[in-house]
Design a protein around this ligand. Structure first.
Ligand code: PHE
Ligand code: NA
Length: 450
């Protein structure tokens, strides 16, 4: 038997997991779903969801992966029996769907990155000012409408998908670890810098208020919309519910403290999303956009081009920002394609490069309609996050909580030591309250979707 590969360095696992987690979910998706959810009300429900459901759920994926040392489909079959291959199949489908639109959005970041080389963002916006005045909309929104669909979008989707396939086909791990090591700190520094600058904007206060001061009445009235939206965002941003964390933990030795690693990964991911909001909303209000939900998937592009057009030297910061996010997106896209590819390699015996190219090619085609009309983005994103990921997480909770709880606690204790009654608490938390929350979120998500 071939010795299974493990992470080359002690930090390899953390870096790859953070690389998968931190991506468009934090910087592109978080601000716009927060806007659609009304700001602070959404933020609060989301943060609670991450802490109370996301943390136990990431541990579930970790123990499944490290125990079975297999790809997600193989892992489910080993633990639950043959019928679980269908759930595994849904994980693979989820990877397909998410990566198809993810690549198109990542392409937008590459596009905006290149704009930074073609001159200042204010000069780009100037081209849209007349049309904007006529339509009564911000120029940055028109610019986004222009760049997000059409041949450009198609072209950059092609570039991004080719890069993703290339990395997965060649199995260049070291490159990714290095990229993550540089990129995550770079994003943090850029966002903190922006957050400080934003603080000086005239209408920043209204932005902070919108983002940070929840009205509990609003939450009580809207919980049926907020809960599935927060669930979808939490699983998406943490890369949970489709086997990425199972796959990455399958390459682990026994000595890692999974609770500690999980806390670090979630902490990074949540911190970056939170910071992004601190930047985006004050910019919106200062630019006179008081309905942040209206920006939709363009929110981050609109707010950032507005900002980079105002700051002196803004196009340098801008191209750094958009470029760094594109790299962050690449490390997430790799994890998505890796799950699909690893499955085909393990279960069908196909060579790595063929698997990556074949699966990546199909995913690429699935993304093409998104470059034509954003309605497809809505459809794919809504289905993947609101339905598929929540379903995947629910299945894992049933498997680990109800069918194979014994191994789970033992596995978690490796690298931590005797958990005593905490292990039992964890199992009961996933068995009942989390199970119920997931069933409710999923039902509401399905109702929202259809
Ligand atoms: N977590 C990634 C992000 O926030 C997206 C992702 C989702 C990656 C699911 C893998 C699996 O950008
Ligand atoms: Na994320």
């Amino acid at each position: 038997m071939v010795e299974r590969e493990t992470w080359a360095t002690r930090t390899g696992f953390i870096l790859a997991a953070v690389g998968s987690a931190v991506g468009l979910g934090n910087i592109w998706r978080f601000p716009f779903v927060t806007g659609e959810g009304g700001g602070a009300a959404f933020l609060l429900v989301y943060l609670l969801f991450v802490a109370l459901v996301g943390f136990p759920a990431i541990l579930v994926e970790f123990v499944v992966g490290r125990k079975t040392k297999r790809n997600p489909v193989g892992a489910l079959i080993e633990l639950g029996g043959d019928a679980w291959k269908y759930v595994g199949g849904i994980f693979i489908v989820t990877g397909f769907v998410i990566l198809s639109f993810y690549s198109v959005v990542a392409g937008w970041f590459i596009r905006y990155f290149l704009e930074g080389f073609r001159g200042s963002y204010s000069s780009h916006l100037a081209g849209y000012e007349d049309a904007a005045a006529e339509a009564g909309e911000p120029a940055a929104l028109l610019m986004f409408g222009d760049l997000s669909v059409g041949l450009d979008a198609f072209f950059f989707h092609t570039i991004f998908m080719a890069m993703t396939i290339g990395v997965v086909a060649l199995g260049i791990r070291q490159g990714i670890e290095l990229a993550v090591k540089v990129m995550v700190p770079a994003i943090v520094v850029l966002l903190i810098g922006m957050a400080v600058w934003v603080f000086t904007l005239p209408d920043a206060g209204a932005g902070y208020e919108y983002y940070l001061s929840p009205e509990f009445g609003v939450i009580a009235d809207n919980w049926m919309g907020l809960l599935p939206a927060a669930a979808g965002q939490a699983f998406f941003t943490l890369s949970l519910g489709m086997g990425v964390m199972i796959t990455y933990a399958s390459y682990l030795g026994e000595d890692r403290n999974l609770a500690k690693d999980g806390t670090a990964i979630i902490g990074f991911d949540t911190g970056i999303a939170f910071l992004t909001g601190l930047v985006v909303f004050p910019i919106f209000f200062s630019a006179g956009i008081t309905e942040p939900g209206d920006g939709g998937p363009g929110a981050i592009f609109v707010s950032m081009t507005e900002a980079f057009a105002t700051i002196s030297g803004g196009h340098l910061i801008g191209l750094l920002f958009f470029g760094t996010v594109a790299i962050a997106a690449l490390s997430s896209a790799i994890s998505l394609l890796e799950v699909v590819t690893a499955y085909v390699i393990d279960e069908k015996g196909v060579e790595r490069w063929k698997a990556a190219l074949g699966m990546g090619g199909v995913i690429y085609l699935l993304g093409v309609p998104v470059t034509y009309d954003l309605i497809f983005l809505d459809l794919l994103d809504g289905f993947a996050d609101g339905v598929l990921l929540v379903f995947g997480a629910l299945m894992l909770v049933i498997l680990v909580g109800w069918i194979t709880p014994k191994f789970a606690v033992q596995e978690l204790e490796k690298g931590i030591g005797d958990l005593g009654s905490l292990g039992t608490v964890w199992i009961w938390v996933i068995r009942l309250p989390i199970l119920v929350v997931l069933v409710v979120s999923l039902s509401l998500g399905v109702m929202d979707y259809v």
